[in-house]
Design a binder for this molecule. Structure first.
Ligand code: FES
Length: 205
């Protein structure tokens, strides 16, 4: 996750009632950071259209472009929350319009499942939403961005970004050691994990 997202989130996480900075300036009001995963063929172009048509949407929505919503690995969503995002929006083509046939239908199934899992972890449904937008629906997408920010703001900061990380070599509850297989060998490099990092590092750029 980029420094930009983290620094803004940390500023937002300042406890209410904290003493104002030495300059005497009032603390900035809390603004949630929402990550919107977009499909290259539809929703990313819709966001582009909103920009060229000068349709306003909140600047605290950060776009991550994927080739298809079907590429949205659930770990991207978990990593986004763990890196400081207060909400995640999955966007993509309408069901019959996916350029990769039924990948967005598969994405919808994963979305519903992941939303249930996140609910079990105490994450409100407003923090993880989806929206379909064709390339011509810039206004609708901008309205969805605005609506989501307004729904997430009253929930306050999620605060997952403040969780301590497990240090290398520390035993996990299952007895496995971070970075090693059960046999004690170094875990093989995961290509998808590399892709995940690249996608998430694009946030805020
Ligand atoms: Fe847009 Fe699949 S190509 S969701």
């Amino acid at each position: 996750m980029s420094e930009d997202v983290m620094s803004r989130t940390k500023a937002n996480d300042a406890p209410t009632g904290a003493a104002p900075a030495a300059t005497g300036a009032a603390p900035a009001p809390y603004e949630p950071v929402v990550l919107a995963f977009t499909c290259n063929w539809c929703s990313y172009r819709a966001a582009d259209l909103a920009g060229t048509a000068r349709v306003k949407y909140p600047p605290n929505v950060r776009l991550v472009r994927l080739m298809c919503s079907g590429r949205l690995d659930p770990t991207f969503v978990l990593k986004a929350f763990a890196s400081g995002a207060d909400g995640v929006l999955m966007t993509g083509c309408w069901p019959a319009d996916c350029h990769y046939r039924i990948q967005n239908v598969k994405a919808l199934r994963r979305f519903e499942l992941l939303r249930r899992v996140l609910g079990q972890l105490g994450i409100e449904p407003e923090r993880f939403q989806r929206f379909y937008a064709s390339a011509a629906e810039g206004r609708q997408l901008a309205a969805a961005f605005t609506r989501m920010i307004e729904e997430v703001r009253p929930l306050g900061p999620l605060g997952w970004g403040r969780l301590p990380e497990v240090a290398p070599g520390v035993e996990t509850p299952a007895g496995a050691v971070e970075g090693e297989t059960a046999a004690g060998e170094a875990a093989p490099a995961d290509e998808d994990a590399t892709t995940d990092t690249r996608a998430l590092e694009a946030v805020g750029s």
